[in-house]
Design a protein around this ligand. Structure first.
Ligand SMILES: *[C@@H]1O[C@H](CO)[C@@H](O)[C@H](O)[C@H]1NC(C)=O
Ligand SMILES: *[C@@H]1O[C@H](CO)[C@@H](O)[C@H](O)[C@H]1NC(C)=O
Length: 256
């Protein structure tokens, strides 16, 4: 079940109830008011949010739980998703069909911001950078010893950040494989989700078990903020300056 809230008034706007099993990822459309969700029920759904009849597009074809979904930053008709078997699908929203189908990621994927030329995809301990046009793998970032739980791009699209329980790594996309430019080791908190601060691009927000870690990557300093009663499973940063955190404690919190 997806509940849509108005962030200004904090009133509930709509309840989108359709997936039959757990939802694994949720994303806002970059220009058209839409939401995409992926689920253990092997489907992806896209909702037209402002449409009175709540049009829902359902995408079927994945053979395993769909673990992640994302909208292309400027091609309004394009979304991608990946499943537990490592299969990635690019879908046309209007036709409801998969336009490409290839291997490369199983736990999370994110389009590069702005141009959308690349796709970052995580599978076990590895992060791959794939060319969206050719589906070729152009970079492989190896170095995590634990499973990668989440990915985020810097707003300029030059760096990808990957988190696993024990460490956060920052990779430069423009300078070859194995280029981990910075890392933060956990001193006890279990890292899980990540997002760049909407106003300070050198500040990375890491969602942990019960807390948020704020890491200033330029000063190389970090601080811990108590935030939830459970694991912070996802973070999102909005252009209006808000950060949303979602936790296994069943709360969504908005920060600024
Ligand atoms: C993080 O831990 C790894 C493995 O213990 C170590 O090799 C690395 O130097 C550490 N990095 C930092 C920035 O402390
Ligand atoms: C960042 O700080 C940590 C400890 O606070 C230290 O272990 C690490 O080496 C520093 N990294 C850099 C690149 O200065």
């Amino acid at each position: 079940q997806v509940v849509l809230w108005n962030a200004e008034t904090l009133k509930q706007k709509a309840v989108l109830e359709e997936h039959s099993l757990l939802i694994t990822d949720v994303r806002f459309g970059p220009s058209i008011p839409r939401i995409a969700t992926s689920s253990f029920d092997k489907t992806v759904r896209v909702w037209d949010v402002d449409n009175q009849d709540d049009t829902v597009h359902t995408f079927t074809g994945h053979s395993a739980s769909v673990m992640s979904v994302d909208f292309h930053p400027n091609k309004d008709d394009l979304i991608c998703s990946c499943d537990g078997n490592g299969e990635i699908r690019l879908w046309s929203i209007s036709s409801g069909r998969a336009v490409r189908n290839f291997k490369g990621g199983s736990s999370q994927l994110r389009f590069q911001p702005r141009h959308g030329g690349f796709l970052a995809a995580a599978s076990e301990n590895v992060v791959s950078i794939l060319d969206v046009e050719t589906q070729a793998c152009v970079r492989i970032f190896e170095g995590h010893t634990e499973h990668v739980d989440s990915l985020c791009w810097s707003p300029t699209g030059d760096y990808v950040v990957s988190t696993s329980e024990d460490t956060v790594k920052v990779w430069s996309v423009n300078s070859g494989n194995e280029n981990c430019v910075q890392e933060l080791n956990s001193t006890g908190s279990k890292f899980h989700a990540c997002a760049f601060h909407p106003k300070y691009p050198s500040l990375l927000i890491i969602g942990c078990y019960q807390s948020l870690e704020l890491w200033d990557m330029v000063e190389n300093r970090s601080m811990t903020v108590a935030a939830h009663d459970g694991l912070i499973s996802a973070l999102a940063s909005s252009s209006s300056g808000l950060v949303a955190s979602v936790s296994h404690d069943k709360h969504v919190k908005l920060w600024k």
